[in-house]
Design a protein around this ligand. Sequence first.
Ligand code: OXD
Ligand code: MN
Length: 580
Amino acid sequence: MSTTNEALRQWVENTAALTRPDNIHWCDGSEQEYNSLIDLMLKRGDLIRLNDSTYPDCYLHRSDPTDVARVEHLTFVCPQSKDDAGTNNNWMAPDEAHRKMDGLFEGCMHGRTMYVIPYCMGPIDSPYARCGVEITDSPYVVANMKLMTRMGTAALRRIERENSFVRGLHSTGDLSPERRFIMHFPEELLIQSIGSGYGGNALLGKKCHALRIASWQARHEGWLAEHMLIVEVESPQGERHYLAAAFPSACGKTNLAMLIPPASMPGWKVRTLGDDIAWLHLDGDGRLRAINPESGFFGVAPGTNQETNRNAFEMIRHDTIFTNVAVTANNEPWWEGKDEERPAIDWQGRPWDKAQGPAAHPNSRFTVAARQNPGYSPLTDDPAGVPISAIIFGGRRRELAPLVYEAKSWRHGVLVGASVASETTAAATGAVGVTRRDPMAMKPFCGYNFGDYWQHWLSFGDRSKNLPKVFHVNWFRKGSNGEFLWPGFGDNLRVLRWIIDRCAGRAIARETPIGYLPRPEDLDLEGLEIAPAVIDSLLTVDKGSWRDEMTAIAGYFGELGSRVPAELLEEHKRVVKTLA
Ligand code: OXD
Ligand code: MN
């Protein structure tokens, strides 16, 4: 196979001349192709077949132990102007970045096959979808892209029709952290990644294309590319709402997107449209419509069990690629929180020894096609996407942020999103549990200056009077004994119910300086054993602490430079005044 698209043909040819692979394989996206790649990886030892009777067609990949997460310090956004990247990104002048990367890519595919993967982010016939082509020397990447995107011949045909695509060049190189870089050239719609096989660094359709490059494109074209799940909630009366929620990595987006209603809320149904990324466009009625550009999940394994996420637990019982989990004596995958069996071999292939740390890597993952989810919403494939009733921001904060509050306006909602803070997790290398600002959960993913990004968000307020309401939630508040105050998981539907009722104009709220909060009696707490005092503290707004928080937010905005919109600073002042 090749292509009638001259630009693509040329780029593949030039890339082959630079990287010198032994063969070139154009991916058609067929099952047959997937199966033969799996066979190849089993033969090479890149994959291990898991227990075929209990986990049919499931495989384990063990990565290089130094290559287990996103590497934010090695990720660069390289527009011509440093200010366009903003202080929120690492920047390198594009000429210098090209020189560096060309040197690293030189001859790197010698002895390897170069795979050309045409893919489409979003339903193949959606006007909101965008295509890309990833060139890689990793069969593991090809197999994962097959599960995560709509890839192959149909995507290539669309590229040929549109003559437009994002280019992504990836090589595992020698996996040395010294020669590992993830570079983005937004003005060229180009991504170059070398030295890592880890999902967020190597599956270029995901973070690199669908967030960093797409956010840049979205700003210029008037839409939004966001780090958000999309979930459908249906009431017992059949009323459906679609919610988009942004949380930092490994803060429960997959669990919320696949929520199982508590027994005391019979008749409620929750279906998943996406667990990580949403592309949002204004429609003719001024509503924000969302599509999920992905078609699979690259989820965090630890903590997944029957109680926390039954749908995910069932979904990954077949046709799944696991990365860096442990295995049991019975050759089943195992991770902390699985609550079944015991690990026999840890994620690095060593006999399990508690003294050596967790059996599964804390950022071990499953890759699986979205259709395997028992709660899959068929609307995922609707080219028109779904209208969003509410945008929800959240972070992992043991203190301060109440269980839920509603922003007073779109402009206030943008401030709430821009102020999100969260404790860091194992999804990126570096310290875990440190609270940092993660605006809109996009700190690692916004492909341009945060000041311009917020201006772009604010501009939607001028373009539509029909925008979703904006909320903030915090499932992670802890008491003085270190225990979580809120049960989370399925019980989060109680909070979503209030959010939906607010959107439908049915629920009461009390006004506070930070936004509208439910009174305890406004939440459906039926069947939940929780002390009234705990609910009170989950719904408390401590003015003094919030004054300190607003000062910290002002300091953070100050660090970001002169492009932070005056309108956002005014909104900040307004909130500070009400806290006085
Ligand atoms: C992810 C991440 O893998 O956010 O989704 O790191
Ligand atoms: Mn993510």
